[in-house]
Design a protein around this ligand. Structure first.
Ligand code: NAD
Length: 461
């Protein structure tokens, strides 16, 4: 992808640039797929649409500030765009574009009929009042206009946005589009506005369901099972909290948790109720009585069975992957492990369960919310979780099956009924040089599904 399409380079070292990373991961998967029609690959490498907006907001203190926001739609092949909106001071257009592509692959793995999208506003919610956040949200959604919609592109929560943000998004869109059922325009809404039970916990709980199924199919050597497993989690937000609760309910010990201020450790297992009270009262986990304080860097290097990054991207990279001691990394956050780190971890025998599989529970229950809104139905938690479990387990099964195939050196045909590569003018299949990992397998599953759908639809005209 070139900068004219995605914005100026971020200035990060090359291997930490989000688009560089997604392209590298994509190329690793491509090496195991043959039979692409010439040029089709470029269609998957660039976003379908990138919107960049600047807008003024009158702040609660009376000043006026200008904000930058983005919404990137990567693909509409499988359905309308779907993806979170994040508020973060370091947000870039390249990061949003990279995350939008991940959403396309994520939806394909769990067979949710959406394409990938992502958006956000460059701002630091910690420095903003609730009134400021409401005004920023309303103005951003107004700027996006008809580029979002129940059958066009459907936002959801992400980093530092929540149910309240989604309620403002719904309200703004509904005021601008009176006269229809606008509830399906956004997911992750409060229950009072058509949100789904189970949505708040879906990503963290889904990370557990994916791990549980993976351990049934292909446990890493020497892994003793979930009961008694020692788990460390970076991030104590929507995802980290629900993951901690789900793993604990299965008998695992949550020995460490971290937030943006630092991390806490209790070898015998943290008391999650005391942790929640500490966060509520002090705004951080750090300082929990009888726990040891660590840095987030220390947390990533803890001796544990499962390490769950559930905060930001690029947390495990070439400089610290050698220090990781976990047997299994469960990527609940988006893009927490870089390709260079993937190689180091793989060489050290550490398994990484990839983000596009692990955190797909969020978009799956978002899809359930969208269906309930369209049908004016309300499912109970049992129903939501039964359907979630089924979809995620099928996703894991497909990825593990593909992993076994490509580990054996197979390159997989794109389509059983495709023209032979030579006749279709297929691009030369890149040579496979590394032992394929689960991320590569997950991408192969996803790209194959989207590619098949693209070719079945036919390239317009
Ligand atoms: P959140 O805003 O609720 O929580 C983020 C957490 O990360 C907070 O505990 C925060 O303190 C912590 N954090 C921030 N900066 C940190 C730092 N420098 N070091 C350590 N911790 C830090 O966000 P969330 O919704 O829980 O999302 C977490 C991750 O999961 C993100 O990568 C997001 O893209 C991904 N994700 C979320 C969902 C969802 O449904 N919410 C779905 C898919 C993927």
């Amino acid at each position: 992808m070139n900068d004219a399409e995605t914005g100026a380079a971020s200035g990060l070292p090359e291997e930490l640039d989000p688009l560089h990373i997604t392209r590298e991961q994509f190329n690793r998967a491509r090496a195991h797929l043959e039979g692409f029609k010439r040029g089709l690959i470029e269609f998957f490498e660039v976003p379908k649409r990138t919107i960049s907006v600047c807008f003024p907001v009158e702040m609660e203190d009376g000043s006026v500030r200008t904000f930058h926001g983005y919404r990137v739609l990567h693909s509409r092949v499988l359905g309308p765009g779907k993806g979170g909106i994040r508020y973060h001071p370091e947000l870039t257009r390249r990061e949003v574009a990279a995350l939008a592509a991940l959403m396309t692959w994520k939806c394909a793995i769990v067979k949710v009929p959406f394409g990938g999208a992502k958006g956000g506003v460059v701002c630091d919610p910690k420095d903003l009042t609730e009134t400021d956040l409401r005004r920023i949200t309303r103005r951003f959604i107004t700027e996006l206009g008809d580029n979002i919609g129940p059958h066009i592109d459907i936002p959801a929560p992400d980093l530092y946005t929540n149910e309240q943000t989604m309620a403002w998004i719904y309200d703004t869109y509904d005021i601008l589009h009176a006269g229809g059922n606008n509830r399906p325009v956004v997911t992750g809404k409060p229950l009072d506005l058509g949100g789904s039970v189970g949505r708040r916990e879906a990503t963290g709980y889904g990370a557990f369901l994916v791990t549980e199924r993976f351990l049934e199919l292909a446990p890493p050597p020497g892994f003793g099972g979930l009961k008694g497993a020692r788990v460390a989690i970076q991030g104590y937000g929507q995802v980290g909290v629900a993951a901690a609760e789900a793993f604990r309910a299965a008998g695992a010990k949550i020995i460490a948790l971290g937030d943006s201020q630092g991390a806490i450790l209790e070898e015998e297992g943290l008391d999650l109720e005391a942790v929640a009270a500490q966060k509520r009262e002090h705004g951080t986990l750090v300082g929990l009585p009888e726990s040891r304080t660590l840095t987030n860097e220390d947390l990533l290097a803890l001796d544990c069975d499962i390490l769950i990054p559930a905060a930001l991207g690029n947390q495990i990279h070439s400089d610290n992957a050698g220090a990781v001691q976990a047997k299994l990394i469960v990527e609940a956050a988006n893009a927490p492990v870089t390709p260079a780190a993937d190689d180091i971890l793989s060489a050290r025998g550490i398994t990484v369960l990839p983000d596009i599989l692990v955190n797909a529970g969020g978009v799956t229950v978002s899809y359930f919310e969208w269906v309930q809104n369209i049908e004016n139905e309300e499912w109970d938690l049992e129903e939501v979780n039964r359907r979630l479990r089924q979809r995620l387990r099928r996703g894991v099964d497909a990825v593990v099956e593909c992993w076994q195939e490509i580990k054996g050196g197979a390159t997989l045909p794109l389509d059983n009924h495709q023209e032979p590569a030579a006749e279709s003018g297929a691009a030369e299949t890149p040579r496979v040089e590394r032992r394929p990992d689960l991320r590569t397998a997950a991408l192969v599953v996803a790209v194959r599904r989207v590619a098949r759908a693209t070719l079945k639809r036919g390239i317009w005209p």
